[in-house]
Design a protein around this ligand. Structure first.
Ligand code: RIB
Length: 290
């Protein structure tokens, strides 16, 4: 089957810093690199590296030809990525010595995607395919509604979190992934805990404590431990986990198997500096020494 991913594509400008800058602080970086990122692109690359067929739906500016080439090199189909008269998105990312980050986003072309781009792409999807959405593009609700009507598995990664954005797609979702702070924010906005949502599968990520899967069809919860690694850069680790879970499900793994494989991929990812460019392949994940 195919994963159709309506997602952002960014140039990530990554600055290594001694600590994350505070309000009003001027801070010198010790190095700077440019790579490919965007939560959408990271998830597309992760799913492709996990072995899935991935069609990315999105937009770049004329300045983004390099990112299109790179996605193709990484095994992602780019035929539904429009080139628009807007600059491509970018992210300014500070990474401290513990691997924690703070991210400033310029959305650019990511929020100028035409409905027709989404519609034309999904017209080629078939029931059983997955459509994946995050909160860094426009037209999320349209994409979720179209996917739902077509009988696709509709998956949403609620990042960056915005309760209104989640609410706009919630009635269409089969799969939702968010972290524990976001789960609290969603509870504050909707009065619903993950187990109360009308969404078949909800994963709440718990950072160094692993994740919980709410199997709402069977009214059960399963907890998964994290793997212990020394972080270098946490950027894109959550995106890698999400892409790997969905690719695993698409390949016919059970949720437990998909989460186990994705946990290994996410753990390996935090030992690497960068985002889409360093997402591990399935063989690297299988060979990882943990
Ligand atoms: O989740 C990490 C990503 O967030 C980065 O690659 C950056 O581009 C932002 O979208």
């Amino acid at each position: 089957m195919t994963i159709w991913n309506l997602g952002s594509i960014n140039a990530d400008l990554v600055y290594a810093v001694p600590h994350l800058p505070g309000p009003g602080e001027t801070l010198a970086a010790t190095s700077m690199t440019r790579g490919m990122g965007g939560k959408g692109a990271n998830m597309s690359v992760a799913a492709a590296r996990a072995g899935a067929q991935v069609m990315h739906i999105g937009a770049l500016g004329a300045d983004g030809a390099w990112a299109r080439d790179r996605l193709q090199d990484y095994g992602v189909d780019t035929s539904h990525i429009a080139t628009l008269d807007h600059p491509m998105g970018h992210a300014v990312i500070a990474v401290d010595r513990k691997g924690e980050n703070s991210i400033l986003l310029f959305p650019g072309a990511n929020v100028e995607i035409a409905q027709s781009t989404v519609r034309d792409a999904l017209a080629q999807a078939v029931p059983g395919d997955t459509v994946l959405i995050q909160n860094e593009t426009n037209n999320q609700a349209f994409c979720a509604e179209t996917g739902s009507k077509l009988g696709l598995r509709v998956a949403y990664a609620a990042a960056p979190f915005d309760a209104q954005a989640v609410a706009s797609v919630l009635p269409c979702l089969d799969f939702l992934i968010l972290n524990e702070v976001e789960a609290e924010q969603l509870f504050a906005a909707t009065g619903k805990r993950p187990a109360d949502l009308d969404v078949t599968d909800v994963i709440v990520t718990l950072g160094a404590r692993g994740c919980s899967w709410f199997d709402n069809a069977n009214h059960s919860q399963r907890d998964f431990a994290a793997l212990k690694v020394t972080p270098v850069d946490t950027t894109g680790a959550g995106d890698t986990f999400t892409g790997y879970v969905l690719a695993g499900l698409d390949a016919g793994l059970s949720m437990q198997e998909a989460i186990a494989q994705a946990t290994r991929a996410g753990a390996l990812m935090v030992t690497r500096a960068g985002a889409a460019d360093v997402i591990p392949t399935l063989s690297e994940v299988r060979a990882a020494p943990f």
